[in-house]
Design a protein around this ligand. Structure first.
Ligand code: A3P
Length: 305
């Protein structure tokens, strides 16, 4: 049985709780299809994120990293210069897997690179049983909240009504958000990364912003494609970071003017790209409330924001 909650994104949005996490109807269809049909291969790489934690950025980074021999990050016709990262590295759900159908994935070369927002508990069994590698990216919940709030405001259709920042914040704190409760999402992968560091790599947006070169090198090591001394000498790490930088990507024609097949403007995935924008929106009371929740929920886990 699914319990429901209405009014998270807008008064017209119903969320369904499945395996302890909240989804809207279309997403849930994708989750069920993915669980039923997706067959993981040991060489697969899955980027897992909570929505608005920097998925677009990490998609670009993983694509450039894994394809750096085929496409030099400095070359004029690099695919990232004319494609939004979401088209180069699709979501399992609700993109590749949406209806109760098994999509043809034969065009994906090995190692196949996919992304998902699925909580650990909801991953298809074949993923949990395989040796595929999971890269988990999360972000300070206060920035996730503001980023999502801004994103939904951009896309709010006129006929669905509006909810105030306060109302949406209240639901977020109660755990009612897309793929939320966010703390359970993070903890699921955090624990797995401690148990199984060979296969699960846990990274935060803040770490990546602070020391991008260090974390890109660590990612390359984890994925079994470390930078060679020659590549380091030729500044391959910097070149990848440069093509994937917020300034570069947000100013590309494809990201300013293009749209995804779902109709979403590519520009919606590039807002500020900063750490700590929540300070411009949340009241002291809101900050205290969310800090307290995080402290309680993450207590003893070793995970902190
Ligand atoms: P803000 O709304 O805080 O600016 P997602 O890709 O998971 O939807 O996350 C979107 C967030 O990542 C947005 O955050 C967006 O601006 C930021 N972002 C997108 N591309 C980025 C990049 N290349 N570098 C850093 N942040 C980026």
């Amino acid at each position: 049985t699914l319990s429901t909650e209405s009014g998270w994104v807008s008064s017209a949005t119903t969320l369904y709780n499945y395996q302890g996490f909240w989804h809207h109807a279309r997403q849930l269809q994708g989750v069920l299809s993915c669980q039923k049909h997706f067959q993981a291969q040991d060489t697969d790489i899955l980027l897992v994120t909570t929505p608005k934690s920097g998925t677009t950025w990490l998609k670009a980074i993983l694509f450039s990293l894994l394809n750096r021999t085929r496409f030099q990050p400095t070359q004029d016709d690099h695919p990232l210069l004319s494609n939004n990262p979401h088209t180069l590295e699709p979501f399992l759900e609700p993109s590749l897997y949406l209806k109760d159908e098994n999509p043809d994935l034969s065009s994906f070369a090995s190692p196949r690179l996919f992304s998902t927002h699925l909580p650990y508990i909801s991953l298809p069994k074949s993923v949990q049983d395989s040796k595929c590698k999971l890269v988990y990216l999360c972000r300070n919940p206060k920035d996730i909240f503001i980023s999502f709030w801004a994103y939904t405001n951009k896309f709010r259709l006129q006929d669905v009504g509006t909810n105030s920042l306060e109302e949406v914040f209240k639901k977020f704190c109660e755990g009612v958000s897309l793929y939320g409760p966010f703390w359970d999402h993070m903890l699921g992968y955090w624990h797995e990364s401690l148990k199984n560091p060979e296969n699960v790599y846990f990274l935060t947006y803040e770490e990546m912003k602070e020391q991008p070169d260090l974390h890109l090198r660590k990612l390359a090591d984890f994925l079994g494609c470390p930078f060679s001394p020659k590549e380091v000498k030729e500044n391959m790490v910097d070149a990848i970071l440069k093509i994937c930088s917020f300034d570069n990507m947000s100013n590309l024609k494809v990201n300013k003017e293009g749209k995804l097949p779902s109709g979403i403007n590519n520009s919606a995935f590039f807002r500020k790209g900063e750490v700590g924008d929540w300070k411009n929106y949340l009241t002291t009371e809101m900050v205290e409330r969310l800090d307290k929740i995080c402290e309680e929920k993450l207590d003893g886990s070793g995970l902190k924001f």
